[in-house]
Design a protein around this ligand. Sequence first.
Ligand code: KIV
Ligand code: ZN
Length: 524
Amino acid sequence: MTTAKQSDKDRVVIFDTTLRDGEQCPGATMTFEEKLEVAELLDTMGVDIIEAGFPIASDGDFEAVREIARRTKNAVVCGLSRAAHKDIDRCAEAIKPARRGRIHTFLSTSPVHMKYKLQMEPDAVHDMVISQVTRARNHTDDVEWSSEDGTRTEFDFLCKCVESAIKAGATTINIPDTVGYSVPEEYFDLFKRVRENVPNSDKAVFSVHCHDDLGMAVANSMAGVRAGARQIECTINGIGERAGNAALEEVVMAMKVRNDKLPFWNNIDTTMLTRASKVVSAATSFPVQYNKAIVGRNAFAHESGIHQDGMLKNAQTYEIMLPETVGVKQTSLVMGKHSGRHAFIHKLEEMGYKLAQNQLEDAFVRFKALADRKKDIYDEDIEALVDQEIAQSHDKIHLVSMSVVAGTRGPQRATMKLDVEGKIMIAEEEGNGPVDAVFNCIKALVPHTAKLELYQVHAVTAGTDAQAEVSVRLSQDGRSVTSRASDPDTLVASAQAYLGALNKIVMKKQRDAGGDMPKAAAGH
Ligand code: KIV
Ligand code: ZN
C-alpha cells in the first residue's frame, strides 16, 4: 500500500489476469491445483479483481473459474467471455458462487479485426456491443466491456461503442492495446479524448490493458492512469500473449516508488510480490529473467567493486527501494545438515510457505537428503525443493530410483524404477546419451505419444555441487505442458522434470475425459 495521502479519486484498481491472459500464452498452462494456489495468493496479497479464466474455452477452465469463485474471500472474481450469448451465460454460471462476480465481455472494434477476424460491418458490431452488454447485465451488475484492438480503432467508432456499452449497463470500460502497438503519449491522449468525448463517460471506470510487444506495456499503463483510467489489467511476471502483459509488480512499485510523479495508490501488499513471482514461475515453469525489474534475482544484487563500495557506504547509492518492501529478505538463516525440523519450518515460514503437515514432513526428508549431499544450502535450494514437493504431491507417477551408465565408451544405459499409481515397475533402456536413455526408460514404462518440445538445464546456485534445474516441455494434441525439477544430479532432475510434465498430461486427460492413465508397460 502506498503511504502518500490517499483519496478515493486516486485509487487504482488492480485487475490481475495471470490466470486468463497469462495462462493463455504458449506453454504457460497451469493445472487446476496450481490455478487455485495462484488465486489464493492473489487474493491474500490484495488484488482487487482476479480474472480467473475463460469459462467457455474448456471444461477445465470452467471448473477452475467456478472453484476460484467459490473459494475467494476478498477479491471480485471475473470470467472472460466473447460476445455470443452462450459464452456469456457459461461465464455467468462459472462465477455464480462468487461473493462478488464480474463478467468481462469483449468484441473487436478495429477496422482490421472487424474486416478479417469478425467479417462484420461496423453497424453490426455496434449492435452486438449493446446486445452482449445487455445479456451480461441480466446476470450481474458488475459488467466490463472491452473494445479488443482498441488502440487501432477509429476514434469516432470507439466513442460510439463505448457510449452504447455504458448505456447498456457496462460499469467498466477497458480499451486494450491488444497488439502492444501504442506509445505512452498516444495512449494518454486516447483516454483523455474518449473520456472527454463520450457524454456518459463519468458512469464507468476506465481500464488499461497493455501488451508488451514494444516493451512499453508498463509505461503505457501508467500513461492511461494519468489520463484518468482507474483500473490496470496486469499479470505476475508480465506473462501473457506473445511478449506478455504489463507486469503487476512493476506497475505497483512504479506507483509506490515514484508517487511524486504518479500520485496513485492501490491495495497490494508489496512484501508479497517476490513470493507471487516465484509461485507463478513454478506453476507455469516460465523462468523469471535474471534482470527482471522488481523480482529478478539480480534486481537487488551488486557485484561490481564500485557498486559494492557504494552500497556499503549507503544503500541509497544504488538502490531505489528497500528489498524488504518487495519481500526480498536481507538476512539469511544458514541451513545445513545440522539444521533440525524446527529451523527448517521457521525458514519456510520466513520464505512465505504454508505447507500441509504431510508436505512439510516430505519436504524435510528431502532437505535432509540434500544437506547430506551438498555443503551449503541456499534459499534458492530450499525454494526449488519445496516447489517440487508441492508440484509432486498430486502426481500419479513417481520416480523410485534410477542409475545411469555414461561416458566415452557407450552405449549409455539407464535403469529406472517407477511407482505408477502404487505399482512398482522397472525398465532398462539404451539411449543416444544418458538423458535420452533416461527418457527412453520413462517411455518404456509409461507409453505415451507426447512430444518433447523443450529440454533446458541451468544451475540453481553457483559451485560444482549446485543443484541442476531442468525444464521440460511436452506437447500432446496441440497443448503443451511444462515442468521444472531440481536435484544435484542433472539426470535425476531430468527424469523428475519429464515425469512432472507427464503427470500434468495424465491429470489433464483424466479430468477432461474421466479416463484412465496411459497403460503402463508390463514391468520386469
Ligand atoms: O489483449 C486483449 O485485447 C485482451 C482482451 C480480451 C481484453 O486480452
Ligand atoms: Zn490481452
